[in-house]
Unconditional design. Structure first.
Length: 67
């Protein structure tokens, strides 16, 4: 289950918009919102792209996506 609060904070801290993040993941902004809110799950490839895009540490990635 995704830690919604941490992920939203990290996106905001990087100064990114949901539309930009969604486009980088190849999904719609609505699809991104559903994943952030845990209505659907992130794919492994999407987690990898977010890891790189948000410049997450291994520890942050684990806390956000695998807690």
């Amino acid at each position: 289950m995704t830690d919604t609060k941490r992920l939203k904070e990290r996106i905001q801290d990087k100064g990114l918009k949901y539309t930009y993040v969604a486009s980088r993941l190849g999904i719609s902004p609505y699809g991104l919102q559903k994943k952030i809110e845990n209505d659907t799950e992130f794919k492994a490839s999407e987690i990898k792209k977010l890891y790189e895009l948000l410049e997450l540490s291994e520890k942050e990635r684990t806390k956000i996506f695998f807690a």
